[in-house]
Unconditional design. Sequence first.
Length: 379
Amino acid sequence: MKPNMELVCGINNSITGQAWRWRSGNVDTRDAGFIPDDLVTQLLLARGVPRDDLERNRQPTIRDFMPDPSIFRDMDHAARRIADAVERGEQITVYGDYDVDGATSAALLIRLLKMLGLGADYYIPDRLMEGYGPSGEALVRIGEGGSRLIVTVDCGAMAYEALAEAKAAELEVIVVDHHKCAPMLPDAFALVNPNRLDEDDEAASHGHLAAVGVAFLLGAAIIRELRGRGYFGSRSEPKIMELLDLVALGTVADVAKLQGLNRAFVAQGLKIMAGRRNIGMAALIEASRLNRAPLCSDLGFALGPRINAGGRVGKSDLGVRLLTTENPDEAREIAAELDRLNQERRAIEAAVQEEAEAMLSAQHNRAVTLLSGMGWHPA
């Protein structure tokens, strides 16, 4: 008897009586000649993977999924400018968001630039005091500190006023983002974002990337540009694949769709993470009390929340500091602080939830309820 393809794992109903059916995708219940007998195949089909692409997705590699970075608008323009900065020894500041995607994106570019022989500064805004995205005041202040080239990561796609102020101060700002864009773009030196509305279909198909994935592609473009200039004639070429642990963490923690290139990023990044080559990442794993190689779920439920805790209830730059340090003692100290802040964050959320549930208990027959309380933390 052939299994019913509409059922998930052959289960008719959940414990609450809800019917289990595969969501739409490439699972065709009418095709009796093709009945996958393993869960992975069923999941891939349900997520829209074409049948003829199953094997590539079953064992995803960077080689099989990596696009040519040049397909994205402004990518080559940005890579050439950063390559110029590397050759000239210019001062660069990476301006990142305060969440995990922002921290990993900033850490990736900072570590890559260090591999290329250029130290880079970073700026992470305070979530409560400065809010989301770059501010004109902060960008101008960074420029006054000596960085005439600023790279924003995981933010900037809609920062019209801030980037206008930066340009007026004769600063060059490269935006590396993945958030939705409007038809009119801010006036940046370059804006690399697969979700630009003027991208062609191939580039737009990577709109599910987290910002750290876009930063990785920019890194590959920078290395290629410098290779073409003969920069590595007297120095070793960076192994950008060693930074995939950062890409995996940022991708999962940002709840990006694990399809296509993202599947390859995470699959290969977990292998790098298991080697604990990044001192800060190793300290974070230890602080999370993981005595084995991290799994995909650990990135979202153990490592990611600790990085996020820095931006929500602690110091916003703790994540970048941890993921870029080369000092084991400093790494352990920061990781321990992030672990403590994560416990504090959880306690705050539990207290708010308890108060909210008490409010709800006094209300009845409301389809939607909006609650607020004095002193509730915005975390």
